[in-house]
Design a binder for this molecule. Structure first.
Ligand code: PEP
Length: 251
């Protein structure tokens, strides 16, 4: 039985006071939630403050990115060890905004995934197709490429610490959510791929979140599907009530 996992991706939003207040509000609201894993992923500069608020609570903290080298002359980058040092547990990797705006490729994402795992951070690996890909009927080809490239060289043991997030790019921040059936079709494909690549046990144990305009009103229908194990939430994770509505609707 996979435990639901809801993660908030705050992206490049808020100021420090807002980030701390949101973390405090969520810690308070989540204190009796024992049946769902919850994580929040603030911008780098607020991570330390948010980690301090969440320390010892049932709200985990993740970063929105990391680099694949240990240390050195990599201006502007943040290492896995730095994130561990301040108390982060998760790291979002391969988000479509990093793939499509910053230009990250599967090979780079794979290096980051491997480095995160080696350093004890748990990757939330995002995959998802562009609208034109879906229209061309090539969704599963792209998903397969992203999985093969981003998870290259990983072992079945590594997968115990990996969460996948299927995020159709056309649904991110657009208000246009995938239907539960559209999402489930891809989630089932991903689980089949996991079975072939890592075996049935890994496939059954790996959590696959859906992401893309999730809110309280559509969360239940999505998470009710067999292969959808939670959500990666952008916009609706920026307010305590909106995020809690999603968490409560998937219990
Ligand atoms: C995201 O950024 O991962 C995301 C799913 O955003 P939104 O919920 O705003 O669509």
């Amino acid at each position: 039985m996979r435990r639901p996992f809801i993660a908030g991706n705050w992206k490049m939003n808020m100021d420090k006071a807002g980030a701390v207040a949101l973390a405090q509000g969520l810690v308070e609201a989540c204190k009796d939630i024992a049946d769902v894993d919850v994580a929040i992923c603030p911008p780098f500069v607020y991570l330390d403050a948010v980690c301090q608020v969440c320390k010892g609570t049932n709200v985990a903290v993740g970063a929105e990115n990391c680099y694949f080298e240990d240390n050195g002359a990599f201006t502007g980058e943040i290492s896995v060890a730095m994130l561990k040092d301040i108390g982060a547990t998760y790291v979002i990797l391969g988000h479509s905004e990093r793939r499509n705006i910053i230009g990250e490729c599967n090979e780079l994402i794979n290096k980051k995934v491997k480095k995160a795992l080696a350093g004890g951070l748990k990757p939330i690996l995002c995959i998802g197709e562009l609208l034109e890909t879906r229209k061309a009927g090539k969704t599963m080809d792209v998903i397969k490429d992203q999985l093969e490239g981003s998870l290259a060289d990983l072992t079945a043991e590594d997968m115990a610490n990996v969460t996948l997030a299927y995020e159709p790019v056309w649904a991110i921040g657009t208000g246009e959510v995938a239907t539960p059936e559209q999402a489930e079709e891809v989630h089932a494909f991903v689980r089949d791929w996991l079975t072939n690549r890592f075996g049935a046990e890994v496939a059954q144990n790996t959590r696959i979140q859906y992401g893309g305009s999730v809110k309280a009103s559509n969360a239940q229908g999505l998470i009710g599907k067999e292969d959808i194990d939670g959500a990666l939430v952008g916009g609706a994770s920026l307010k305590v009530d909106a995020f809690m509505g999603i968490i409560n609707n998937c219990r």
